[in-house]
Write a protein that binds this ligand. Structure first.
Ligand SMILES: C[S@@+](CC[C@H](N)C(=O)[O-])C[C@H]1O[C@@H](n2cnc3c(N)ncnc32)[C@H](O)[C@@H]1O
Length: 223
């Protein structure tokens, strides 16, 4: 469904997300709401291919055990799994009980925070677990900044996405919820101010729009 809804563009957004992250060798990443590991995969691949680094690791946390099981199957035969560079844990982004304070270099959350009851709690928790100097990065659907493109995007969202959901996944309601939850999520500037409220320092506005703001990357540093 992700591919059908975005014509595969979500893959490019995730690639851009990792390039913006540009993690140095030896990075310890916590990927929250990591699902089946799209971000973990790209991160480890980037470290292997670009940094020639085999010392970075990722711990993937998700609230849904079935998602984690799919992730484990996906990586079961990978070198990263055999090298113990990838681990999985069940957890709620709002209270990461198994993660120590000041323990990770990077914290990522991609298309996950919108589903959480209290996004501010999620950001506060990210601040707690990051080491000083560590970086919070979020990839999420956001608000389109061009009225003309926004109008077309609204038609696509409300008329076509629920139909695709019905056709491909036999589930109109979940995709109706998806488009509504995107509209309810704070806009770029409001979300950036929530990141600053948690204590993070942002560079410039603290965000970068992707595809006219259909999605955005937000980022902040724990100073
Ligand atoms: C759309 S998927 C995104 C998965 C992955 N990050 C990606 O970009 O492909 C959203 C994920 O958020 C997880 N999730 C929802 N609420 C959560 C919470 N409170 N804590 C942790 N994970 C959560 C879901 O189980 C799901 O795996």
């Amino acid at each position: 469904m992700n591919d059908a809804m975005s014509a595969g563009i979500h893959r490019l957004w995730k690639d851009t997300f990792i390039r913006r992250m540009s993690p140095p060798p030896g990075t310890k990443l916590l990927d929250v709401a990591g699902g089946t590991g799209d971000i973990a995969y790209r991160f480890l691949n980037f470290q292997d291919q670009i940094n020639d680094d085999s010392t970075s690791s990722v711990h993937l946390v998700d609230i849904n055990p079935q998602m984690l099981e799919q992730g484990k199957i996906r990586f079961a035969n990978s070198q990263w799994n055999l090298d113990n560079r990838l681990s999985f844990g069940i957890g709620n982004a709002e209270k990461l009980e198994t993660i120590e304070s000041n323990s990770v270099d990077f914290y990522t959350i991609a298309f996950g925070i919108r589903n959480c009851t209290n996004p501010q709690k999620v950001i506060d928790e990210a601040y707690r677990v990051l080491k000083p100097g560590g970086r919070f990065m979020c990839l999420e659907f956001s608000k389109v900044d061009n009225p003309l493109i926004g109008a077309a995007y609204d038609i696509f969202s409300f008329k076509i996405i629920p139909e695709l959901g019905q056709l491909i996944a036999n589930d109109r309601e979940s995709y109706q919820y998806l488009v509504e939850s995107i509209r309810q999520f704070p806009d770029q500037k409001t979300f950036a101010s929530m990141i600053r409220k948690a204590g993070f320092a942002t560079v410039g506005d603290g965000y970068e729009n992707l595809t006219f703001g259909v999605a955005a990357i937000h980022s902040g540093y724990k100073v």
